[in-house]
Design a protein around this ligand. Structure first.
Ligand code: PLP
Length: 224
């Protein structure tokens, strides 16, 4: 984990350069994806000035939460099963709200806890079967139904681009996420965020307006 400080600084300058090329003027939050790595990865990220950590599995995340003392914000970036909806309350932001049924389950937990919950709507822009998320065409109608729930603060959109896609495809996917964000805003949600961009495509994502990039491999090396 010795190299993390150096890598974070390199990645931050690439993000800054992409941000000025893109011209969207957004703030960009670097979310360090620590899945499969130990608590030392969370500590190394924090020591390098990264305050946001992403995990894709609830159980693994909860294990690390119990082991680290540094005050990072926890992001859930992987698919959440409805029977684990309660665990969503332990995260600062759930990026992976990917169905109306999960939304209903999250709503129930938020009501029980008498609080609201910050979430992103995961949108499957490319239409690949292997990617979770709501189809772009379904977002406007769903946005209205989610707004009626009242407890879920839909702060924006999360999307994943196809791996190793051509640049034009990546740009189309990321632009689709911006379209979905507009639909959420029109339905009355406080939707300002776009969580998009991973190790292989984060610079293009930032050019296309990403406010949150989720980076694992580029910070911590391959997961083997
Ligand atoms: C693992 C993961 C990432 C990070 O991927 P890298 O390519 O290692 O940067 C980002 N987003 C999600 C949803 C992931 O599961």
């Amino acid at each position: 984990m010795d190299h993390v400080r150096e890598t974070v600084s390199e990645v931050r300058s690439r993000i800054a350069a992409a941000r000025s090329r893109g011209g969207h003027g957004q703030e960009v939050t670097l979310v360090a994806v620590t899945k499969t790595h130990g608590p030392d990865a969370v500590e190394a990220a924090y020591a390098a000035g990264v305050l946001d950590v992403g995990e894709n599995k609830v159980q693994e995340a909860e294990g690390k939460m119990a082991q680290v003392a540094v005050p990072v914000r926890w992001h859930l970036i992987g698919h959440l099963q409805r029977n684990k909806a309660r665990s969503a309350l332990r995260f600062d932001l759930v990026h992976s709200m990917d169905s109306e049924r999960l939304a209903a389950a999250l709503h129930d937990e938020a009501v029980k806890a008498a609080r609201s919950l910050d979430v992103l709507l995961q949108v499957n822009v490319s239409g690949e079967d292997s990617k979770g998320g709501v189809a772009l065409a379904d977002v406007p109608a769903l946005a209205d139904r989610l707004h009626a729930l009242g407890t879920l603060r839909v702060r924006g959109v999360m999307t994943m681009a196809p791996f190793e896609a051509a640049e034009a495809t990546l740009r189309t996917v990321f632009a689709g996420a911006r379209t979905a964000r507009v639909a959420l805003q029109q339905a009355g949600h406080p939707a300002e965020w776009l969580s998009m961009g991973m190790s292989g495509d984060y610079e293009i994502a930032v050019e296309e307006g990403a406010t949150h990039v989720r980076l694992g491999t580029v910070l911590f090396g391959s997961r083997t």
